[in-house]
Design a protein around this ligand. Structure first.
Ligand code: 13P
Length: 254
């Protein structure tokens, strides 16, 4: 596939996998995906498995991501994980503002923006998630919602930082439901996101930002989704928990 932006496919394991299970999966992924060069492949295990997974993918083409981090550095922040702690395990990416955290931990756009700035300051690439709920889509306010989330969650970042940021469009109604946005629906919102980015930081920056789609991505819909001009990868939940599910998505996207 001939795109100006390299595809990036990340597995978000959410709150799943013991250390032993994580090691099994990533060892097999490493073997199965050893030849893949056209796609950046990232796995995002829970914090507890970062160290083991990090060792298991040493000198491979698989990169490591975390699922969240603190907006603060080291200090008295009980229960939090600082960017510097992630760097100890060669983490390169961090998912921020996932809809589950927005919903259950009440994360706001302003907080996500602080976390994104802290991630960039530590040379971590944030994967910033945005997306509308079913109610918002049915009320025909998808664009307003996504634009507000984008502007708020990227507030204060420089154009250079925005360019390095990965965005993930994850319609909440498509997460874990088996309902995927059609490739046309995904493309429409991705193009809109790029338009908003362009108005915030200019065309060149907007053209360089990679925008993943997330929400019930499976082997059988990956190719069509990745084939859309503004879809630059996937953030995969459920299907990334199994070897075949994830490797087939990667292979079908190339
Ligand atoms: P599913 O692929 O399970 O729908 O989850 C998507 C997601 O939330 C990835 O971050």
């Amino acid at each position: 596939m001939d795109k100006e932006r390299k595809l990036i496919i990340a597995g978000n394991w959410k709150t799943n996998k013991t250390v032993a299970e994580a090691l099994d999966l990533v060892t097999a992924l490493r073997r199965e995906l050893a030849d893949v060069k056209a796609v950046d492949v990232v796995v995002c295990p829970p914090f507890t498995a970062l160290e083991s997974v990090s060792k298991a993918i040493l000198d491979s083409n698989i990169r490591l991501g975390a699922q969240n981090m603190s907006e603060n550095g080291y200090g008295a922040f009980t229960g939090e994980i600082a960017a510097g702690m992630l760097k100890e395990f060669s983490v390169g990416y961090v998912i921020l503002g996932h809809s589950e955290r927005r919903q259950y931990q009440k994360e706001t756009d302003a907080l996500v923006a602080k976390k994104a700035a802290a991630a960039h300051a530590a040379n971590l690439i944030p994967i910033v998630c945005v997306g509308e709920t079913l109610m918002e889509r049915e009320a025909a306010i998808t664009e307003e919602v996504v634009e507000t989330q984008l502007r708020g969650s990227l507030a204060g970042l420089t154009s250079d930082q925005v360019e390095k940021t990965v965005l993930a469009y994850e319609p909440v109604w498509a997460i874990g439901t088996g309902k995927t946005a059609s490739s046309a629906q995904a493309q429409e919102v991705h193009a809109f996101i790029r338009k908003v980015l362009s108005s915030m930081h200019g065309d060149t920056t907007a053209r360089r930002v990679r925008i993943q789609y997330g929400g019930s991505v499976k082997a059988n819909n990956a190719r069509e989704l990745m084939g859309q001009p503004d879809v630059d990868g996937a953030l995969v939940g459920g299907a990334s928990l199994e070897l075949r599910g994830f490797t087939d998505i990667v292979k079908n996207s190339i």
